[in-house]
Design a protein around this ligand. Sequence first.
Ligand code: HEC
Ligand code: HEC
Ligand code: HEC
Length: 88
Amino acid sequence: MSRSSGTFLSFLLIATLALAQTPLSPTANLSAQCVDCHSQTTPSVVAEWKKSKHGKLTCDTCHGADHKTAEDVKLAKTSTAACLQCHA
Ligand code: HEC
Ligand code: HEC
Ligand code: HEC
């Protein structure tokens, strides 16, 4: 392995550790939070999303970012306005 790729890998490792320590950063980890919890609450939804052509879109692209816990499910949005961002 070349010296520079080793340096790059160390950089990645440090960056990853730094991210892991940021407590619930609202934007960076948001989609991971949706996926984590929904892998348990609605595993089939997550499985379908992964297989779909939308599998690279984050959950909040279509559902918004207001609902984050089991107690605020009412805040989850599903509106066609979200679709129209890409499908006009
Ligand atoms: C801590 C757990 C948790 C997290 C984190 C979470 N959800 Fe949920 N979500 C739930 C539960 C529980 C329900 C209700 C499931 C049911 O009715 O079967 C729900 C329901 C939903 C629904 C359906 C709403 C409806 O009106 O039926 C959508 C859409 C949704 N979540 C999207 C998201 C998105 C997007 C995120 C991230 C921004 C997210 N969830 C984060 C637990 C979570
Ligand atoms: C491309 C837009 C889009 C993305 C991305 C997306 N969803 Fe959805 N989701 C929808 C639509 C549209 C519905 C309504 C479908 C229906 O009512 O049959 C829905 C429905 C749901 C429901 C309710 C399912 C039910 O059976 O009532 C949940 C929960 C949910 N989504 C969670 C998620 C989670 C978690 C993610 C990320 C892993 C995600 N969605 C990503 C568009 C999206
Ligand atoms: C951020 C952009 C984006 C948003 C938002 C979005 N889509 Fe898409 N959608 C795409 C892309 C990219 C594809 C893949 C196009 C392709 O591969 O031909 C796609 C594909 C589709 C397809 C074809 C699926 C297939 O399997 O062939 C349908 C239907 C669709 N979207 C409906 C929706 C609906 C309904 C919503 C809102 C709930 C939505 N999209 C929101 C970007 C988006």
